[in-house]
Design a protein around this ligand. Structure first.
Ligand SMILES: C[S@@+](CC[C@H](N)C(=O)[O-])C[C@H]1O[C@@H](n2cnc3c(N)ncnc32)[C@H](O)[C@@H]1O
Length: 266
């Protein structure tokens, strides 16, 4: 669909085919709505924010400036988790998602895994509000516990009740210096969702340092990574003998985008 078709299907609540099969001229309110959407696009506001929704793994999610717009790479991250989850016999699977955003990862896992309990944390209360709304729309509110937390901080001391089979995260991983130079559309997204510190590695360091405390034996860690971060992450991981690298997964452009780790077996 082109942008105008997408805007029209959004305004009219119809399918693309209906635009042509059953076209009726827009009323004044609809025309004003379309004009406003077009002018927001001209100012660089991302189409997904203008429409107020996007699709992630076939699920419809509401999005606005409180949250990052889910990306295609993150579908690869979720698909990797789903594939590994099939091989784990424990049920329900207990999963921790760090950095809820729109709730995309937690919601997709809750929808596509037969039995799981997902804890999803974000430091942004605004993002959590929207993520909870999205979980309601996808009818998985009972499977997800959204909690405000600075990474693992809400959990305090790890114990048997807060250990997970899988930890998954698409953390902020853009270096702080690059943020002002990002394309105009990306500048509309929350800095909190983008800024990964001086070298973009801040969240990986924090997660590597603490994840083993919150993983069950044989637990897995799945991370989305920037396409130029493989070497830095391999270097960083030399400090953490508690993890074995299972795989760096590439996207369709052959760039390393997903890192899969598991607890080292001694
Ligand atoms: C790259 S976005 C990912 C959002 C969503 N999961 C996705 O895949 O589109 C990173 C998320 O981490 C959250 N975040 C930033 N700092 C955090 C922190 N210290 N603790 C927990 N979450 C944090 C941001 O608010 C943002 O929602």
């Amino acid at each position: 669909m082109n942008e105008t078709e997408l805007m029209l299907t959004s305004i009219l609540g119809c399918r693309r085919v209906d635009l042509y099969a059953d076209w009726k001229p827009l009323d004044e309110f609809q025309r004003l709505h379309l004009d406003r959407m077009k002018s927001e696009r001209q100012n660089g506001r991302p189409l997904q924010y203008v429409m107020g929704w996007t699709e992630f793994m076939g699920l419809k999610l509401c999005v606005d400036e409180r949250v990052l717009i889910p990306r295609f790479e993150t579908e690869l991250l979720v698909e990797s988790v789903l594939k590994t989850a099939e091989k784990i016999s424990r049920q329900p699977l207990e999963i921790l998602d760090i950095g809820s955003g729109s709730g995309n990862i937690a919601i997709a896992l809750a929808v596509f895994l037969e039995k799981c309990q997902v804890t999803s944390v974000d430091i942004s209360e605004e993002a959590l509000d929207l993520a909870r709304e999205n979980a309601k729309i996808s009818q998985v509110s009972h499977e997800i516990n959204f909690i405000r937390s600075d990474i693992f901080n809400a959990f305090k001391t790890p114990n048997e009740t807060n250990k997970f089979d899988i930890i998954v995260s698409n953390p902020p991983y853009i270096s702080s210096q690059r943020i002002p130079h990002l394309p105009i559309e990306v500048q509309f997204e929350p800095v909190l969702a983008l800024d990964g510190g001086v070298r973009g590695l801040f969240f990986y360091e924090q997660i590597f340092a603490q994840a083993q405390l919150f993983l069950k034996p044989d637990g897995y860690l799945f991370l989305e990574i920037g396409d130029d971060q493989r070497k830095d992450l391999e270097d960083l991981l030399k400090k953490y003998s508690c993890f074995d690298i299972i795989e760096f997964k590439k996207d369709l452009n052959e760039r390393d985008r997903i890192l899969i780790l598991c607890q080292t077996r001694f």
